[in-house]
Ligand binder design. Structure first.
Ligand code: FAD
Ligand code: NDP
Length: 320
């Protein structure tokens, strides 16, 4: 183990990680980022590397997801951040300096840590899903719903939670009709959200139904459904299929050393990025199950770097 102690180590390389790197580098904190190597099944750069056009990131009318992340990475390096293309296997937060164990077997010591490892949208993995991924199938209605492909077309949302209702409601602005396919006969969503779903004339809930497969030619044309009570199978025309069956935050490598909620999202002190361990900060989707946007992730990445800077400064002055 090298005895050098890093000032700020950033784990994760989406909008949160890169924004944290930009701010930390500009504050002369000489940050080191672990960008991951296909960590959680996603390329370095994060979830936006899996999509096409981004039309809601300020400053760009339209930009490809991978291109936007390339710009962020270039900017972080330009500001002085150092990047290692490795995945962090585990951390030891029991004492300071913290220990960061890379998958390559290195151990890095760190005064502060910024966790920005994101979350992964759950997929159904039906047989032809990969063929139509981003060609009609999406896991983010707010990101993709306004695309011309979906205008005035029948669309399907899978799930029965708050996200499903929120996304289905949002899609009714564009679609000819939205069908919410739910595997049970009651929604998991809150009562207020249920009311919103029931009162929307453009939204129909299809109860007790599972998704069996999808079909189409170059783009998605429909879904194959099965009534889980009667076993009856049917096809339904749909130009868009949106998964809203939850996300998995990428926190397994923390092995329970930070406080998380019951779904595994890191709990931060409201209005800050402070976690349950002083000196460890969390930014982006890994601590946000509500907004999950590139710009909100970037915003909390900025906050994490400023929180780390403040923490180090107050430590240098003898306490927190
Ligand atoms: P992520 O982007 O999830 O990145 C985290 C990174 O950390 C990943 O690269 C991961 O591999 C890495 N990592 C994970 N674990 C480790 C580890 N142990 N060690 C090292 N690295 C690790 N948002 C919008 O605002 N507009 C859009 O148009 C939009 N479109 C989207 C389209 C799709 C298909 C998806 C899936 C999401 C979309 N989003 C969009 C949401 C947006 O991508 C996320 O909100 C945002 O990327 C979250 O950023 P993040 O920095 O928190 O983490
Ligand atoms: P949830 O876990 O609450 O709901 C997931 C939904 O997807 C459930 O209805 C579940 O069905 C269904 N589902 C899960 N796996 C499958 C599968 N393999 N096949 C079919 N259906 C499946 O996730 P959400 O993303 O909806 O919400 C996460 C958290 O964020 C919640 O705490 C929620 O309250 C919060 N949130 C709040 C919002 C708001 O207040 N405006 C907006 C969005 C999220 P089943 O019910 O049968 O388990």
């Amino acid at each position: 183990m090298n005895n050098h102690i890093e000032t700020v180590v950033i784990i994760g390389s989406g909008p949160a990680g890169h924004t944290a790197a930009i701010y930390a580098a500009r504050a002369n904190l000489n940050p080191l980022m672990f960008e991951g190597f296909m960590a959680a099944g996603v390329a370095a750069g994060g979830q936006l590397t899996t999509t096409t056009e981004i039309e809601n990131f300020p400053g760009f009318v339209s930009i490809g997801g991978p291109e936007l992340m390339h710009h962020m990475r270039e900017q972080a390096i330009h500001c002085g951040a150092r990047i290692r293309t490795e995945t962090v296997a585990k951390v030891d937060l029991s004492q300071r300096p913290f220990k960061v164990f890379s998958e390559e077997g290195d151990v890095i010591l760190a005064k502060t840590l910024i966790i920005a490892t994101g979350a992964t949208a759950k997929r159904m993995r039906v047989p032809r899903e990969e063929e139509f991924w981003q060609k009609g199938i999406s896991a983010c209605a707010v990101c993709d719903g306004a695309l011309p492909l979906f205008r005035n077309q029948p669309l399907v949302v899978i799930g029965g939670g708050d996200t499903a209702v929120e996304e289905a409601t949002y899609l009714t602005k564009f679609a000819s009709k939205v069908y919410m396919i739910h595997r049970r006969d009651e929604l998991r969503a809150s009562k207020a959200m249920q009311q919103r779903a029931f009162s929307n004339p453009h939204l129909e809930i299809v109860w007790d139904t599972g998704l069996e497969d999808v079909f189409g030619d170059k783009f998605l044309e429909g879904v194959k459904l099965k009534n889980l009570k009667t076993g009856e199978e049917k096809s339904m025309e749909a130009k868009g299929l949106f998964y809203a069956i939850g996300h998995t935050p990428n926190t397994a490598f923390l092995e329970g050393q930070l406080k998380t909620d019951e779904s595994g999202y890191i709990i931060t002190t409201p209005g800050s990025t402070l976690t349950s361990v002083p000196g460890v900060f969390a930014a982006g989707d890994v601590q946000d199950k509500r907004y999950r946007q590139a710009v909100t992730s970037a915003g909390t990445g900025c906050m994490a770097a400023l929180d780390a800077e403040h923490f180090l400064a107050s430590e240098a002055h003898g306490g927190h």
